[in-house]
Design a protein around this ligand. Structure first.
Ligand code: F6R
Length: 242
């Protein structure tokens, strides 16, 4: 695991953007794994800016998002489909037919999860997976105690994750309880991954991911097994590292 500590959020995000840009430039038909969440918003803005100003193209890329809430239609304003549309897809030249998210409104979410894994495999696997980290150490929606061998499936969200995400919904009660998420093993199968974490609130989770024992209690610690994982931090998120 390579850990890069940058002075601030802006520098950390630009470093992550550099890695995405390098991947897509070297391999225009790269398969990207994408994440949502507050941390990723400035990264998508930076990539959109590079598209506008430097001609960085996503026209041939394929993408697979990590996760989607169950029970939200794609056009629900709080769905990850909507997030991706607003934050990234509509600002770049990615082909919507190749930009995939799990189908949170599928009548059979478990079957939809298996189909999603099959689609990733049919695309040849993920070249570069972007990740954020939850304050409880989750990656995707692989909450503490998630099996490290898991593949895309339905997961129950913990109360702490629902509280953290409540800000996007009308109330805690309205915050979804379930999601479809790539599994830890799906993430580990990516050829390279970049985890971006900024802000003091992530410092403890970052410590457990980087220095803690490899344990399902902190699913992000599974990245210690990944042959090409880069963790990009600002100083605040790196604050608890020894
Ligand atoms: C989102 C995802 C989550 C987030 C994590 C951090 O697709 O998979 O694991 O990356 O919850 O979210 P923020 O960046 O909002 O703190």
């Amino acid at each position: 695991m390579k850990v890069l500590i940058l002075p601030d959020e802006q520098a950390a995000m630009q470093r992550a953007a550099d890695i995405v840009a390098r991947t897509v430039t070297a391999t225009p038909d790269a398969v990207l794994g994408l994440a949502t969440g507050g941390t990723m918003l400035p990264l998508y803005e930076a990539l959109a800016q590079r598209h506008r100003e430097d001609g960085l193209s996503f026209a041939k890329t394929t993408s697979f998002n990590l996760d989607e809430y169950i029970g939200l239609a794609p056009d629900h304003p709080c769905s990850y489909h909507s997030y991706m549309q607003e934050a990234f897809f509509r600002h770049v030249d990615i082909d919507p037919a190749r930009a995939h998210l799990p189908k949170g409104d599928a009548p059979d979410p478990q079957a939809a999860s298996l189909e999603y894994e099959a689609l990733i495999a049919a695309a040849g696997g993920i070249d570069l997976q972007l990740l954020g980290i939850g304050q409880n150490g989750h990656i995707g929606f692989n909450e503490p105690t998630a099996s490290l061998g898991s593949r895309t499936r339905v997961k129950t969200l913990t109360t702490s994750t629902r509280r953290a995400n409540q800000r996007y919904f009308a109330s805690f009660e309205d915050t979804p309880r379930y999601a479809i998420t790539m599994g830890v093993a799906t993430i580990l199968a990516s050829r390279a991954c970049v985890l971006l974490a900024t802000g003091e609130a992530k410092a403890d989770a970052v410590l457990r991911m980087v220095e803690g024992p490899l344990s399902a209690a902190c699913p992000a610690s599974a990245l210690q097994l990944h042959a090409s994982a880069t963790v990009i931090l600002d100083e605040a998120a790196a604050g608890a590292l020894t």
